[in-house]
Design a protein around this ligand. Structure first.
Ligand code: KG4
Ligand code: ZN
Length: 367
């Protein structure tokens, strides 16, 4: 089967409603449009995602978001070669909106449908060639583009750090990978989010905690680095979260209002939490590369937008491997969007039967 040229991607695994149009060029996959509508205002109000509410919002926005993606890209439905959709994992109500919409569109427009595992999809943000920052605007000739030789090659170690997942993967080719380790309890993003909430920071926790941490001293509090010395490539963040709870309670600074009442202390706590989480992520990722003698690391997922993680990982990897390269997508491609779903479908072009495809909330890296 010939590779598609124009791909419409659809992503609705959590609270975002996202659609993107990507085009294959001689250098690789380029974004023509990337539209993300999120119910962030509602989540900020309730302190997190309420699944039924997220799905209701997605039902309202899915068609307008797809229409906008086509309009910004100046692409007509008949010009699309394939539709890619997140099959799972995620919230079932949310996944259903994307999968059922994609099934209807592929049937009406007579296009192949490619299901994408959201976790693998995240990594494909590293294979997108244009790095412009406002994807709600049409792509222009001025946008910075990467060439084929700037893209990751195989083998490479993948670190996925999102709100629900923390995983290390060894990629030997597109679609060929081995799961090396993962979290035994909380994900890194969850630890960021729960610590942020405890420190009285608004939703979304991770980016807000990280922003405040810039003003703090990461060495103020000695927090645990769980499993940092264990020989395996697994993670555990629940103990760290408990240590943050105990520390904040012992200082009497937990909860709403804390950042206003104790700005310096909360900034120091935020910096110490970020330091502990990123130390563990860096140590285990570099160890995975050492064990498997790999020169390239690709990072993906919302937490990949964390600047301290990027700095420490690049520094440590370059100390150990002079030819070591760490690929990290620009922040807006790290968090959930449909452009990486479209890109993943290009590199893993395996159409499914729209009549039998089902959203799978429990899809894993080994599915
Ligand atoms: O990949 P993603 O957008 O959604 C999931 O698939 O989970 O990741 C969201 C996670 C949240 O936990 C959020 O707090 C975290 O990514 N995050 C960050 C940063 N930006 C997003 N964590 C730390 N520092 C950041 N700058
Ligand atoms: Zn995600």
């Amino acid at each position: 089967m010939t590779k598609p040229k124009i791909i419409l991607g659809i992503e609705t695994s959590c609270d975002e409603t996202a659609a993107a149009v990507c085009q294959n060029t001689d250098d690789g996959v380029q974004i023509l449009s990337n539209i993300v509508a999120s119910s962030a205002d509602l989540q900020a109000k309730y302190g997190g995602v309420i699944p039924e509410q997220a799905a209701r919002e997605q039902l309202k926005s899915i068609i307008p978001v797809i229409q906008e993606a086509l309009q910004v890209a100046s692409v007509k439905p008949q010009e699309i070669d394939v539709i890619a959709v997140t099959e799972g994992p995620g919230l079932i109500g949310s996944l259903l909106i994307g999968v059922e919409t994609a099934k209807v569109l592929t049937t009406v427009w007579q296009k192949p449908l490619v299901p994408v595992n959201h976790l693998i999809g995240h990594f494909y943000a590293n294979w997108i060639i244009n790095q412009q920052t406002d994807y709600s605007l049409p792509t222009t000739a001025k946008d910075e583009r990467r060439k084929t030789e700037d893209l990751p090659t195989f083998p490479c170690i993948g670190l996925l750090v999102s709100g629900g997942h923390t995983d290390l993967v060894l990629f030997t080719d597109h679609g060929k990978y081995k799961h090396l380790g993962g979290t035994r309890d909380d994900a890194a993003g969850e630890c960021f989010d729960k610590s942020a909430r405890l420190l009285g920071l608004p939703y979304p926790g991770g980016p807000n905690l990280s922003k405040l941490a810039e003003k703090g001293n990461p060495k103020t509090f000695k927090l645990p680095r769980p499993m940092i010395s264990s020989k395996d490539l697994d993670f555990s963040f629940s103990g760290l979260k408990t240590a943050v709870v105990n520390l904040a309670n012992s200082r009497g600074v937990a909860g709403v209002g804390a950042p206003q009442q104790n700005p310096k202390l909360i900034a120091n706590l935020a910096a110490s939490v970020e330091d502990a989480i990123t130390d563990v992520l860096v140590e285990k990722t570099v160890r995975a590369a050492q064990i498997h003698n790999i020169d390239q690391i690709i990072v993906a997922g919302g937490v990949a937008a964390n600047k301290v993680l990027a700095k420490k990982l690049r520094q440590k990897f370059s100390e150990l491997k002079s030819r070591g390269v760490v690929y990290i997508p620009p922040p807006e491609l790290c968090t959930d969007n449909a452009a990486y779903i479209a890109t993943a479908a290009f590199y893993n072009f395996h159409p499914a039967n729209p009549l039998t495809l089902q959203a799978n909330p429990n899809l894993s890296l080994s599915s």
